[in-house]
Design a protein. Structure first.
Length: 332
């Protein structure tokens, strides 16, 4: 039986954790967090699941592991790590975009393992759509060929100056039970260069034929329901507003999920307030801001971030980017 997967692609600190949880709350949809981290950190370190239990004591992930592989043995986890390393890192993207001949043994193994996990998640939860926020374009492109997987890619993009500013501030990584693991900080210049590279890769993936759409985080914050309805429609999996979590006085009412890894907002539930964080416009040093603007300029304009300060105010925004996906009407 096939399973539909919505793969969230984009740069870290772009709001994909919240987008993923909103999508996962639609009836018939389920979010699994950043599945890419399951084998490389969540299971080996027994990190916390979004439900608040450790991975090894979460009933959902136990059942998924049992169904897919007879359990999360070290052998299974090592196989997933090594096939990912050998076939779906950034450097493999050109080959994944232009495949020649049969897939390598590593790629076939990676696809089979992800397919088994997605199908087990669908079976255990009864969902027909699995939302994976793994984010990396190469992994997304690799999984587009997974057997029995109907993959769609949603590129969640956020103003790179807000992203760069966020990366300069330290955040404790709350999934780590020791409480000492902080999320990485990266300098503005590097985050800008990486953001541009990643966005260009997302566009290549969309052009290679994977059904894709783009959601600007700023549009999501301004109108979570409308922007998600538009994005899901662009992906060919339309949800209606009534299926999305209730908004309560400007907040979204979210249930806990079994999503793995991701942003600390993973662990907040109940009414979650969406707030535009525009602190980069006032607090980010001008030199750093200029560097990021300069390094990301062509794409800034393309995504409607070209204004000198912040993106268009909510009343002027349209969801055109989302509605038309990555089909480059915007490349004017
Ligand atoms: Zn859980």
């Amino acid at each position: 039986m096939g399973v539909c997967v919505v793969y969230l692609g984009g740069f870290g600190r772009s709001g994909s954790t919240l987008v993923e949880r909103v999508l996962g709350s639609v009836p018939g949809w389920v979010n699994v967090g950043e599945l890419v981290d399951l084998a490389r950190s969540v299971a080996p370190r027994d990190e916390l699941c979004g439900c608040g239990r450790s991975f090894s004591s979460c009933p959902l992930w136990n059942e998924v592991g049992r169904l897919a592989f007879g359990g999360w043995s070290e052998e299974v986890l090592a196989r997933i790590r090594s096939s990912h390393h050998a076939s779906a890192r950034q450097r493999h993207l050109p080959g994944l975009l232009r495949p020649r001949g049969e897939p390598s043994a590593a790629l076939a193994s990676l696809r089979a393992d992800y397919s088994a996990i997605y199908r087990a998640v669908a079976e255990v939860t009864g969902a027909r759509v699995v939302v994976d926020a793994s984010k990396g374009p190469a992994l997304g492109q690799a999984l587009a060929g997974a057997p029995g997987v109907d993959l769609r890619v949603l590129n969640v993009v956020r103003d790179p100056r807000a992203v760069a500013w966020s990366w300069q501030r330290e955040v404790l990584r709350p999934h780590d039970v020791s409480g000492t693991d902080t999320m990485w900080r990266i300098p503005a210049r590097r985050s800008a260069a990486q953001w541009s590279a990643l966005q260009l890769e997302m566009e290549l993936v969309a052009r290679a034929g994977v059904p894709s759409a783009r959601l600007r985080y700023e549009d999501f914050v301004a109108d979570p329901v409308g922007s998600v309805v538009a994005a899901s429609t662009a992906l060919g999996l339309p949800v209606v507003a009534d299926e999305l979590p209730g908004t309560d006085d400007g907040g979204l009412v979210l249930e806990p999920s079994h999503g793995l890894s991701g942003n600390p907002s993973r662990f907040r539930s109940g009414t979650v307030r969406l707030r535009r964080d525009d602190s980069w416009t006032t607090d980010m040093p001008a030199a750093a801001r200029a560097v990021v603007t300069g390094l990301t300029l062509p794409l800034l304009a393309r995504y409607g971030y070209a204004g000198a300060r912040a993106p268009r105010p909510p009343q002027q925004r349209t969801h055109a980017d989302v509605r038309h996906g990555l089909d480059e009407r915007i490349a004017k």
